[in-house]
Every structure is written in structure tokens, then in C-alpha cells.
Design a protein around this ligand. Structure first.
Ligand code: NAD
Length: 387
């Protein structure tokens, strides 16, 4: 018996597309790709090329569809740059791709952002399919059609809205995802609970430890729930202009600035987790939420194994430069998404720089207690002394 495939519809009208979620990824993806007309160009990264690509290639071959070798980009955030987009576009040109071509983005959020952006701009837009393989990409990056790259240390500053033809999320692919990357994705799940789904947040509070390990069927239920939330927010505000989709930016103003500081060495979700804690402190300072909210959030993050203090002291000048370039800036002041209670976010709060700096206190490790010198040991008594 084939395991059930969950289907979530994103958007309406001509932009409408499905998110299909199943615990068996190779069957799900090959089923879809085998039926696609036109040329398929797979873009992936070095890790996914090793762990996931062979499963998909074999499953497609068994269905009579031979896929050409993928274009493999280096794994990691540094790949989100113009050079990678140009590489994908050159490959499309070299393979004589035309407007009937479909780009298959196979990987985490980085591959999806780069390959989706290349697809958005090659010949003024060709189709693409998102095949997310990291938890973060399944619960967040794959849905909603935002694609783009970083520039001069500023996250996602160049990009486009280009909705995929479909999102195919196979949760057994998560078995090879490193534990740290899984926790990174769980941070975005927490965010969705904080801004839009109280019950999801409570579920995490009750069963955080269970979620730390991959389990394809349980993960399929989690991914379905997250994609349903995101699809709802995207449906009401596709181009992120009405303040509905903007709720998903909770934790991102400070998160992006922390992520840009290479010395901290934080992954996207880890930085967002810390950014959410700081945003809660801003809400408390504005008398919009009680500090219990931040403490509940902190407890869940700890249970999920996420860090709640910065690895190093923040460099304020560097952070300031990052948030001053943030897309969410409005007339010179950063705009914050604040959570007023679990499951309800509110957007467009102007926050002064002094308040942001103050909020960072909650994610800075307390100074270490000065180590007390051990009392001097009494000299061993010498025979002479005994005498
Ligand atoms: P990532 O793409 O770098 O993937 C994380 C790591 O996991 C990489 O090393 C990757 O090779 C590896 N990996 C992925 N799947 C694997 C698997 N199944 N097995 C083994 N290894 C695997 O990062 P990410 O956390 O997936 O995504 C983060 C990026 O997504 C950021 O750049 C962020 O800005 C972006 N993002 C975009 C959106 C959007 O709406 N477009 C939303 C959220 C985040």
C-alpha cells in the first residue's frame, strides 16, 4: 500500500500550485517528474547530491524517465550569490533550454533560493519545481515563491517572487540531515507556532524531545501543518504588501543581523531563534506582552536543543549596519514583528536603535563569575616540622 500523500493548495487562480507531502520522497518525486513534459534540469548541492539525488535518479529511471546529471553547487549560505545564479543560467544556456524547460531545485533553502531565482530570470521566467530536503526548507523556504540571494553581507536583498509549479516534500529525506540542521529547521516551526498557531506551539512544548529525532510519518504530519499555515498567510498576501505575510518575519530583523556576523557562526534558524527572544524583550519593553511569553519561548527552544544565548558578545556597530540595510526598514527605523501572545503576531512596530540594543541583553550570556583562587594548600609537614 502506498503511504498517503498530503496535499495543500497554495494560492488561487493561475498561480495555484500544490504542496505534496509524503513519508517516501523518492516515490513522490519520481511520480511527479515522470509525468513532466519538456526538459528537466536538476540543481542541487554537494551534500544533497550524495545523499538524496541517487534515490531520485534511480526511482525516475525505474519509471522510465532518465534525468541528466544535476548541476551541483557548493553546500552552504555562501552559495547564495550572483556567481551561483549565473552558473545555473549558463548551464541552462549550454543545455539549450527553452521556455518549456523546468528547473528542479533539489536541496535546502539555499538551493531553492538560488535555483528558483535563476528560473525566475532565465528567459524572463521558466517553470521550477521545489524539492526541499532540509527541514527548514520543507516547513518554510519552499512555500511562497520568494527566491533570491544575499549581496554585500545583506540577506535576501536581491530577489523575486516566482511561484513554483509544485513543492514535493519527502520526509524520509530528512534521515540524512545533520542533527544541527534539524534543530535549525525546528526553530522555524517554533516561529510558525508563535505567530500563527497556538496549538502547534503547545504541541512543541509538550513533545519537544520527540521532535528532535527524524521520523518520516511524524515529520510528514509536522510539515503538512507548517505548510498549511504558510499557505494561508501567502494566499492572503502573495507579494508581502498587506502585512499578513510579514508576520513570518518575526525574529528576522535581529536574526538576519546576527546571521550576517560570521564570527557568531549561526545558521539561519539559530539566528532567528535568538532574534525571536530579543523581539519578545522589545514587546515587553513596550508593555505589549508579558515576560512570560519570552520565558515560554526560551523553554521550548532549550528543549529542542537550540541555543538561547549568543556564542560571542554582539558587535553592535556591525549589527547596526546589518539592520540598517534590512528590507523591513521604514523611513530609517527598523520595523518589527512582535508577538503579543502565543499564536498572534502584530506587524509594523517602529523600534528605536537604543531599544534594539537593550533587547539584546536577554540573549547575551551573563558575565562569568570571577574564579576564586583556591586557598593555598598548607605546606606538607616535614619531618623536621613534626619534630
Ligand atoms: P541549506 O540549504 O544550507 O541546507 C542546510 C545544510 O543541510 C546544507 O549543508 C545542505 O547541503 C544540507 N542538507 C540539506 N538537505 C539534506 C539532506 N536531506 N541530507 C543531508 N544533508 C542535507 O540551509 P537551509 O537551512 O535549508 O535553508 C536556509 C536558507 O533558506 C537561508 O539562506 C534562508 O535565508 C533561506 N530561507 C528562504 C526562505 C524563502 O521564503 N525563500 C524562507 C526561509 C529561509
Amino acid at each position: 500500500m502506498r503511504p498517503a500523500v498530503q496535499r495543500i493548495q497554495v494560492l488561487r487562480g493561475p498561480l495555484r500550485y500544490p504542496v505534496l507531502v509524503a513519508p517516501r520522497g523518492a516515490a513522490l518525486v519520481s511520480d511527479f517528474l515522470a509525468r513532466q513534459p519538456g526538459m528537466l534540469v536538476v540543481v542541487t548541492d554537494t551534500h544533497v547530491a550524495r545523499h538524496v539525488w541517487p534515490l531520485i535518479r534511480e526511482a525516475c529511471r525505474r519509471r522510465g524517465r532518465r534525468l541528466p546529471a544535476p548541476l551541483v553547487l557548493p553546500a552552504g549560505e555562501a552559495t547564495k550569490r550572483w556567481g551561483s545564479v549565473v552558473r545555473v543560467q549558463r548551464a541552462l544556456l549550454a543545455r539549450r533550454c527553452d521556455r518549456s524547460t523546468c528547473v528542479v531545485a533539489l536541496g535546502g533553502g539555499v538551493v531553492l533560493d538560488v535555483a528558483g531565482f535563476a528560473a525566475a530570470t532565465y528567459m524572463r521566467g521558466v517553470q521550477w519545481v521545489a524539492v526541499p530536503t532540509s527541514l527548514l526548507a520543507m516547513v518554510d523556504a519552499a512555500v511562497g515563491g520568494k527566491v533570491g540571494i544575499d549581496l554585500a553581507g545583506t540577506k535576501n536583498i536581491v530577489g523575486a517572487f516566482h511561484q513554483p509549479r509544485a513543492v514535493l516534500a519527502g520526509t524520509d529525506f530528512l534521515r540524512t540531515l545533520p542533527e544541527r540542521e534539524r534543530r535549525n529547521g525546528l526553530a522555524e516551526v517554533v516561529k510558525l507556532g508563535m505567530v500563527a498557531d497556538r496549538r502547534l506551539f503547545e504541541c512543541l512544548e509538550e513533545r519537544a524531545r520527540e521532535w528532535r529525532r527524524p521520523q518520516p510519518r511524524r515529520d510528514a504530519a509536522l510539515v503538512t501543518r507548517c505548510c498549511t499555515i504558510k499557505a494561508r498567510l501567502v494566499a492572503d498576501d502573495e507579494q508581502d504588501r498587506r502585512g499578513i505575510r510579514a508576520r513570518l518575519n518575526f525574529g528576522h530583523t535581529i536574526g538576519h543581523a546576527l546571521e550576517a556576523d560570521a564570527r557568531q557562526g549561526l545558521l539561519h534558524g539559530e539566528a532567528v531563534a535568538l532574534g525571536m527572544l530579543a523581539a519578545c524583550a522589545v514587546a515587553t519593553a513596550h508593555d505589549l506582552a508579558s515576560d512570560t511569553l519570552r520565558r515560554r519561548l526560551q523553554r521550548v527552544l532549550v528543549r529542542l536543543g537550540l541555543r538561547v544565548v549568543l556564542p560571542r558578545a554582539p558587535r553592535i556597530a556591525l549589527l547596526r549596519r546589518a539592520w540598517q540595510r534590512d528590507k523591513k526598514l521604514c523611513m530609517g527605523a527598523p520595523r518589527f514583528v512582535l508577538t503579543l501572545r502565543i499564536g498572534a503576531a502584530s506587524v509594523d512596530h517602529r523600534v528605536s536603535e537604543a531599544q534594539i540594543v537593550e533587547s539584546l541583553r536577554v540573549i547575551v550570556a551573563p558575565p562569568r563569575e570571577p574564579r576564586l583562587r583556591p586557598p593555598a594548600r598548607p605546606r606538607a609537614a616535614t619531618r623536621q616540622g613534626v619534630r
